[in-house]
Design a protein around this ligand. Structure first.
Ligand code: CA
Length: 328
C-alpha cells in the first residue's frame, strides 16, 4: 500500500521522477560548461572538436576566455582535454577567444583563431599557433598576427577580420578564408604561417560571418552564417558550391538555423568514418545559476545528408542529435 501511494504521489510530482541522464550523443554535447563556435578535425580514428569557452555573466554580451579541445571515437562519448590556449598566449593579443579551426599538415597541427589585438593594431585579428599534438599545447607560430584589421581597410568596422577557416587543396595549396560582413580569402605559403599573395574578396548572398570550407567528390562547399536584417536579426546557415576553391561560388540556399536563444550560429562540417556531421551552437544550456544566452552558448551536432545532386539536405536542430541512428 505504501508503495502504491508513493507511485501515485510520484505520478503527481515531477520531482519524484528519476533524473534522466542524457543519452550519449544527444545535444548539447557538453553540459558542464558553455561552449561556442565548434570546429571539428578528424585525425585517424578520432574526431577532435575545438570550441571557445563562453564565460559571460548576467547580461554581458560575450566573454570567451580560452579554447577547449574535446575528442571522440564514436560520436557518443567525449573526452575533455581542457584548455589548449588562451588569447594572451599570443603576446600581441589582449582578449577574446573567438572562433577557430585546427588543421593538420605533415604531422603538425595549425591552430588558426580570432583574438582582439592590442592597441598597436586595434580590432580583431587572426593568429596562428602550432603543436605536435591535436590537444596542444599550442604556441604562437609568428609572434605577430597573421591578419590584422588594418590589412583589410575596406571592412566596415573593427571586427571584420574574424572566423578563420583553412583548407588544403588537392594540389597541397592552402587557403585561409575569413571575415565578418566581408568574405576574405588568401593563399598561404607552404609554411602555413604566412600569406602568399594578396587578400581577395568574394561576394556571397546575405554573407555575415563564420565561413567553413569542405570538399565532397569534385565539389567545394562554402558554408557560412547568413543574415537578412530586413527579415530578422537571427543568423541562418547558407552555403554555396564551386568547381574550385577560388570559386566562382554558386549560392545554393539555406540549410539551417536560426539557433535557439542565440542570434549567432556557426557551422562546422566534417566527414568521420564515412558519415557527415554538422556542428553548430545554440543558447539553451543552463549551468549552475547561469542560463543559456548569447554569451553562454552550447555546441551541438546533427547528422548531415546530401541529395543525389550534391546539395545538402536542410538540417533540423534536435535534442536527440546523433544519439539516434542515421537515416539510410
Ligand atoms: Ca579590417
Amino acid at each position: 500500500m505504501k508503495r502504491l501511494l508513493l507511485l501515485i504521489a510520484c505520478a503527481m510530482l515531477a520531482a519524484c521522477a528519476t533524473p534522466s541522464t542524457p543519452r550519449p550523443g544527444s545535444n548539447p554535447l557538453f553540459t558542464d560548461r558553455h561552449t561556442a563556435d565548434p570546429a571539428p578535425l578528424v585525425v585517424g580514428d578520432t574526431l577532435y572538436l575545438y570550441v571557445g569557452h563562453d564565460m559571460a555573466r548576467g547580461d554581458e554580451m560575450f566573454n570567451i576566455v580560452e579554447w577547449l579541445a574535446y575528442s571522440t571515437r564514436d560520436m557518443k562519448t567525449w573526452t575533455a582535454h581542457g584548455p589548449i590556449m588562451k588569447p594572451t598566449d599570443f603576446k600581441w593579443a589582449s582578449r577574446d577567444a573567438w572562433a577557430s579551426q585546427v588543421i593538420e599538415k605533415d604531422g603538425t597541427f595549425y591552430f588558426y583563431t580570432t583574438v582582439e589585438h592590442d592597441q598597436t593594431r586595434p580590432g580583431k585579428a587572426i593568429g596562428v599557433a602550432v603543436s605536435d599534438s591535436p590537444t596542444g599545447p599550442f604556441v604562437d607560430a609568428r609572434g605577430s598576427a597573421l591578419v590584422s584589421n588594418d590589412m583589410t581597410p575596406q571592412g566596415p568596422h573593427t571586427w571584420d577580420d574574424i572566423d578563420p577557416t583553412v583548407f588544403i587543396d588537392d594540389d597541397a595549396t592552402a587557403w585561409l578564408m575569413w571575415g565578418n560582413a566581408n568574405f576574405y580569402y588568401a593563399r598561404l605559403k607552404p609554411n602555413m604561417i604566412e600569406l602568399d599573395g594578396p587578400i581577395l574578396q568574394a561576394e556571397l548572398p546575405k554573407y555575415e560571418e563564420g565561413p567553413w570550407v569542405h570538399k565532397r567528390g569534385e565539389l567545394y562547399y562554402l558554408t557560412y552564417a547568413s543574415r537578412d536584417k530586413s527579415v530578422s536579426e537571427d543568423e541562418l546557415i547558407s552555403y554555396a558550391t564551386a568547381p574550385a576553391i577560388t570559386g566562382p561560388w554558386n549560392y545554393r540556399g539555406e540549410i539551417s538555423g536560426p539557433a535557439e536563444n542565440s542570434f549567432t550560429i556557426h557551422p562546422g562540417i566534417v566527414e568521420f568514418k564515412g558519415n557527415w556531421y554538422f556542428f553548430y551552437h545554440n543558447g539553451v544550456l543552463t549551468v549552475g545559476d547561469q542560463g543559456g544566452a548569447l554569451g553562454r552558448r552550447a555546441v551541438a551536432v546533427e547528422h548531415m545528408y546530401y541529395n543525389d545532386d550534391g546539395t545538402i539536405v536542410p538540417i533540423t536542430h534536435t535534442a536527440a542529435g546523433v544519439s539516434i541512428p542515421r537515416e539510410n
